[in-house]
Design a protein. Structure first.
Length: 192
């Protein structure tokens, strides 16, 4: 039996070249994967920077739109206020109705040419009047003209038969008829 007193060669020493080659190969793989990772991260960073630039442009456009929309909203609010005041003024004007001068002018134009307005009195939206007409056809014409006026809401007419009234107005009942009329205007007002 032979005894070998030479120490055994350690594993590392025995396989040094293979281990060195393995370590170099592992380092090569690591450097390749790190390089790929770095390149991939640079692409992601470049894409993110492009996205940031695009988002900044979009943000500036949105800020312009927001400023424009705020202006539009402000104009709409002003328009609402204007419409509110306009409706209020129109409501007041509608309640005031047409002027008395306009109503009286329309009444006088509705009279037949040869009729005479004897008396006229107005209060609120009611107009009381007395006129002398030559015949009942003229009275019917006057009533028809009054009812067609835009400022008159309703009208009523009666022929006066009392002889005292004819004497008060110095009208001969054989030559003319006295009619009394009542008109209701659509909210007439007095002129200032």
């Amino acid at each position: 039996m032979e005894i070998n007193l030479i120490p055994k060669e350690p594993f590392v020493v025995k396989h040094f070249k293979q281990l060195l080659l393995l370590i170099c190969f592992i380092l090569l793989l690591m450097s390749i994967s790190i390089t790929q990772y770095i390149l991939q991260q640079e692409k992601i960073l470049a894409h993110a920077e492009e996205r940031v630039i695009a988002l900044k442009k979009e943000k500036s456009l949105l800020e312009q739109d927001i400023a424009y929309n705020r202006g539009v909203l402000e104009r709409e609010e002003e328009l609402k206020e204007y419409r509110k005041y306009k409706a209020l003024i129109e409501g007041i004007e509608a309640n005031r109705g047409p002027s008395w001068a306009f109503v009286l002018e329309e009444v006088s134009t509705a009279l037949p040419d040869h009729a005479v307005l004897l008396e006229l009195e107005g209060e609120g939206n009611r107009v009381l009047g007395t006129a002398a007409v030559y015949n009942l056809t003229d009275a019917a014409y006057f009533l028809d003209q009054i009812e067609n006026l835009d400022t008159i809401e309703s009208s009523y007419m009666r022929i006066i038969q009392e002889s005292e009234v004819y004497e008060d107005y110095h009208v001969d009942p054989r030559q003319a008829k006295i009619v009394e009329f009542t008109l209701y205007t659509k909210g007439a007002r007095g002129d200032d």
